[in-house]
Design a binder for this molecule. Structure first.
Ligand SMILES: Cc1ncc(COP(=O)(O)O)c(C=O)c1O
Length: 448
């Protein structure tokens, strides 16, 4: 135990004591979760953490730097290493990551290669709102194409038909962490000189031929909301392999500033050494307050990044549990294939699923609502597949968009599809309970 006088003299000793107490607090408050079947809620996802995240967050809080700083720099480096990506920028959500990714392609710094309002962006109709919204918000014209009924991903065979003279971008999510046919999409994008953004918000750790999703396109985005593979509370990241795009992304994240000093490089005359020699309208001007982009402020806090450092260490184990749980659920529901369309994965992919999707077949003797209600009554949480066919939502009533072909599967997803959880908080006991509850319902209609 530290004495009073030592504490007063030594901030490090006080800090150590606080961190030890936080550790103790975690075990007292969070350590002993008991599962009561039917009473304890089995979420579709949730934060999974231990004392290490709480200690790291407190450690960063005690630095009291508050805004993005050294913890952010470290997290960006670690995530880049994990993804084998050249550049990673941390932002405050996956939605912000998508906004910045689209905005970066409209930067004047890209000159004639920039996207301009009225350009078209091909994107699937089954999507998350903030995958779709930046296209609309920034004046691009979304061109909607259908998804496949069993991967929930954009149907690559429909890309050709969606092209027009104004097509400049493909904005593609890896829905629920299941990698889409990204190699064919990359080839198509190259052939037609299109930019490609991969929304990998649901797919951290998923690979195609051993390569991480999010690193195939010009830009990739990730979300660290608690439902995802790792969490920072709120948080997101934009990744790119282009130093030019990386500089633009960082500028957009931080007010549009021209200065590219890293957080640790706040030297009096900047990293460039000529902070006061830059010119604006012929006048020498402080580079710190010069603007290359029409930016935002979408930075997270250093405290979030500190939590992220611990979550990243756990990611390989989290991914392994998600994969194991996926197999368990797949085995369970494959006994009822007459009732459900099961999720399909593409050869060469190794997904880390966000959740387990199912579609109730139109000829099944029960509806999605009936099965979901049964599960919810037993405290097993369900969700529908995001927006379903997004264009049917009221928000989009007056937007400018185009549909290429029919959106038949997207409409079926809106009507018949849903998901349940497979996150690492679902342990053996919980999984066995899900199996029991689902089987009781389904066997009423005859075991298959
Ligand atoms: C595919 C996809 N994109 C973007 C987002 C938005 O991420 P966030 O909640 O961090 O803003 C989500 C959220 O779950 C998502 O599933």
């Amino acid at each position: 135990m530290t004495t009073q006088s030592t504490q007063q003299d030594n901030p490090q000793a006080i800090r150590q004591e606080i961190l030890e107490l936080v550790n103790k607090y975690y075990h007292a408050e969070f350590g002993y979760g008991e599962f009561i079947p039917g009473k304890t809620r089995i979420g579709y996802s949730g934060r999974v953490f231990d004392e290490r995240e709480m200690v790291a967050a407190t450690d960063a809080l005690l630095d009291f730097w508050l805004t993005l700083g050294q913890w952010g720099d470290r997290f960006e480096k670690e995530l880049a290493r994990y993804l084998k990506s050249k550049f990673v920028s941390l932002v405050n959500s996956g939605s912000s990551a998508n906004l910045v990714a689209v905005a970066s392609l409209m930067s004047q710094q890209l000159g004639r290669k920039r996207l301009v309002p009225g350009d078209e962006a091909i994107t699937p109709a089954v999507t998350f709102p903030t995958t779709f919204n930046p296209l609309v918000q920034l004046g691009l014209v979304p061109v909607l194409i259908d998804v496949e009924a069993d991967t929930y991903n954009l149907d690559v065979s429909l890309l050709e038909n969606a092209l027009s003279e104004r097509t400049r971008l493909i904005m593609v999510p890896h829905t629920l962490g299941n990698p889409c046919d990204i190699k064919r999409i990359v080839t198509f994008a190259r052939e037609h000189d299109l930019y490609l953004i991969e929304d990998s918000c649901d797919a951290l750790g998923s690979t195609v031929d051993g390569k991480m999703v999010g690193t195939f396109g010009d830009l990739g985005t990730f979300s660290f909301y608690p439902a995802h593979q790792i969490t920072l509370g709120e948080g997101g990241a934009v990744v790119t392999q282009s130093s030019k795009l990386d500089r633009i992304v960082r500028s957009l994240r931080e007010w549009g500033k021209a200065c590219y000093c890293a957080h640790g490089e706040m030297l009096p005359f900047g990293a460039c050494g000529r902070r006061f020699q830059w010119r604006i309208n012929g006048v020498e001007y402080d580079h710190r307050y010069m603007y290359d982009n029409i930016g935002y402020n979408l930075k997270p806090l250093d405290i979030q990044a500190a939590i992220g450092m611990e979550q990243l260490r756990k990611l390989p184990e989290f991914a392994a549990v998600r994969r194991r749980n996926f197999q368990r659920l797949y085995q369970l529901f494959s006994q009822y294939e007459d009732f459900f369309i099961l999720p399909r994965t593409l050869p060469g992919t190794n997904p880390v699923f966000f959740a387990f999707p199912l579609s109730v077949r139109p000829e099944a003797p029960f509806s999605r609502k009936e099965f979901a209600t049964w599960l919810e009554e037993h405290n097993i949480e369900t969700r529908v597949i995001f927006a379903g066919n997004i264009i049917h939502h009221k928000a989009y009533k007056y937007i400018n968009y185009r549909v290429a072909g029919k959106l038949q599967h997207s409409d079926s997803v809106l009507r018949d599809s849903f998901f349940i959880g497979l996150y690492p908080g679902i342990d053996e006991q919980r999984m066995a309970f899900i199996e029991e509850v689902a089987t009781t319902f389904l066997n009423r209609f005859g075991a298959r």
